[in-house]
Ligand binder design. Sequence first.
Ligand SMILES: Nc1ncnc2c1ncn2[C@@H]1O[C@H](COP(=O)(O)OP(=O)(O)O)[C@@H](O)[C@H]1O
Ligand SMILES: [Mg+2]
Length: 265
Amino acid sequence: MLELKSLCKKFQSGTGNGRMALKDVSLSLQPNDFVTVIGSNGAGKSTLLNVIAGVFPVDSGQVTIDGEDVTHLPEHRRALVLGRVFQDPMQGTAGSMSIEENMAMAFKRGMRRGLSKGVSAKDKDYFREKLASLGLGLEDRLQEPVKLLSGGQRQALALLMATLSQPKLLLLDEHTAALDPRTAQEIQELTNDIVRRGSLSVLMVTHNLRLALAVGTRTIMMHEGEIALDVSDPERSEMTVSDLLERFHDARGERLSDDRILLEA
Ligand SMILES: Nc1ncnc2c1ncn2[C@@H]1O[C@H](COP(=O)(O)OP(=O)(O)O)[C@@H](O)[C@H]1O
Ligand SMILES: [Mg+2]
């Protein structure tokens, strides 16, 4: 359902050569693939998600979603087929707007131009029903500004908003990393529920290696702009974090140094 062909992306450093953030990345996702994405800081994980979402153009290569070549489509035109949630709860929701206004904005984002006219009673019922499914009582707080919500509640709302117009693909970039461990676990469980119910395909970046192996169906490890490892169930379900690091060593002939990826392992 997602086909990435030989994607290259280089950022200009201003002092000469710049850096290859993506080096000839190819990846194919089947419907219902739930891929966890790991790799050290600067490995190109966020760049990969940004390129799929159309945040910036690629230098070369092709992005196809559900048979449609979207390589040259702007970000807002891809919103019909994909939803995304970022690390920062502030980024996915507008704090000064009410829960209802945020939901309406997300709902309209997924529509084709010309169809959006205010919030109907039917829309409101739909929002309320969706909010109730979170089990956080937010359905009774539609008029409250989102800035009054906790980080976890905001991330739950962001997840709901990202999937409101029933996209096929969900992109998650360390979306639980800013939360305390218990809230992070709750949001992860909610994520798994939403993915299951919506039959979504997922790319989920995490720096928690244990989590990366525990959720989803497949794990890829990025390293210096390349996909260094790609393991799927059932093989993956037998692997431990040290197996994973050993596989990386076998594949690349080097060990990951003492950066975040190891600290979190
Ligand atoms: N908007 C940008 N402008 C310039 N350089 C960037 C930008 N985004 C990412 N990079 C660079 O691209 C490389 C990959 O970054 P990123 O995809 O954010 O890594 P990760 O998410 O795996 O930590 C890094 O060297 C980073 O500095
Ligand atoms: Mg990142």
